[in-house]
Design a protein around this ligand. Structure first.
Ligand code: NAP
Length: 180
C-alpha cells in the first residue's frame, strides 16, 4: 500500500491505492479483526479493485490457520477472481477461552507456546506459501503479513520470539521475483 491513513479514527481516508491496476483483486486474511476489518473497509472505500476478497473463520469459504488446506483453498478461490495484487495477512492470536496471555515467564507453557507459534508464525507463513506463487510476475504487487509476538510474557520482557511470519513477509516483499 503506498499511502497512509490520514487519521487513525477514519480508516476510509486511505490516500493512495491509485497505482494498482484497476482490474485486480485485493485479498485480506483476518478480515473479522480490528486491523483486517479496517483495511477491508478502506479498500472498499477506495473503490480501486475489481474484487475485494476477505477471509476469517466465519467467511465462506472459511480459513483456519491450523488447517493448511483451508489456506490453499482460500488463495485459489481469490486468484480465480482475477489478478491478486494486494494481499494482506492481518490474522493473529493472543488469547482465547483456552489460553490466557502470560503475565510472567513462570507461566510459559510449551504446549501453549507451540499453539501460539502455529497460529502466529506458521499459519501466516503457510498463507504466503500458497499466495506467493499466484501473484503476477510483473506490475505492482504488494503482500504483507503482520509481525505478532509469540508470547505476551516474552513481549513484556522485551524478548520477542523470532517471528517467522513477519520475517517471511518482509523477505518476500523485498525479493518476490527470486523466491516465488
Ligand atoms: N492491534 C495492534 O495494535 C497490533 C499492532 C501490531 C501488530 N498487530 C498484529 O496484527 C494482527 C491483527 O491484529 P488485530 O488487533 O486486528 O487482531 P484481532 O482483532 O484479534 O484479529 C485477529 C484476526 O485473526 C483471525 N484469526 C484468529 N485465529 C484464527 C484462526 N485459527 N484461523 C483463522 N483466522 C484466525 C481472527 O479471525 P476469527 O474471526 O476467525 O477469530 C481475526 O480476523 C495480529 O497478528 C497482531 O499481533 C496488532
Amino acid at each position: 500500500m503506498t499511502g497512509q491513513l490520514k487519521s487513525s479514527s477514519d480508516p476510509t481516508s486511505i490516500v493512495d491505492l491509485e497505482s494498482f491496476p484497476k482490474a485486480s483483486v485485493a485479498l485480506v486474511f483476518g478480515s473479522s479483526g480490528g486491523i483486517g476489518g479496517a483495511l477491508v473497509e478502506a479498500i472498499g472505500a477506495a473503490n480501486r479493485f475489481e474484487h475485494a476478497v476477505s477471509f476469517s473463520r466465519n467467511t465462506s469459504p472459511s480459513i483456519d490457520l491450523l488447517d493448511e488446506s483451508s489456506l490453499e483453498r482460500a488463495a485459489t478461490f481469490a486468484a480465480a477472481k482475477g489478478e491478486l495484487r494486494l494481499v494482506i495477512d492481518a490474522t493473529g492470536f493472543l488469547h482465547d477461552e483456552r489460553q490466557e496471555p502470560e503475565k510472567g515467564w513462570r507461566q510459559l507453557d510449551a504446549a501453549k507456546l507451540a499453539r501460539s507459534f502455529a497460529l502466529n508464525a506458521i499459519g501466516p507463513a503457510l498463507i504466503m506459501k500458497h499466495v506467493l506463487p499466484l501473484l503476477p510476475r510483473s506490475g505492482k504487487v504488494y503482500s504483507c503479513t503482520n509481525a505478532a509476538p509469540i508470547a505476551s510474557a516474552a513481549s513484556r520482557m522485551r524478548l520477542r520470539a523470532f517471528n517467522l511470519a513477519g520475517t517471511c513477509g518482509e523477505w518476500f516483499r523485498r525479493r518476490p521475483p527470486r523466491l516465488r
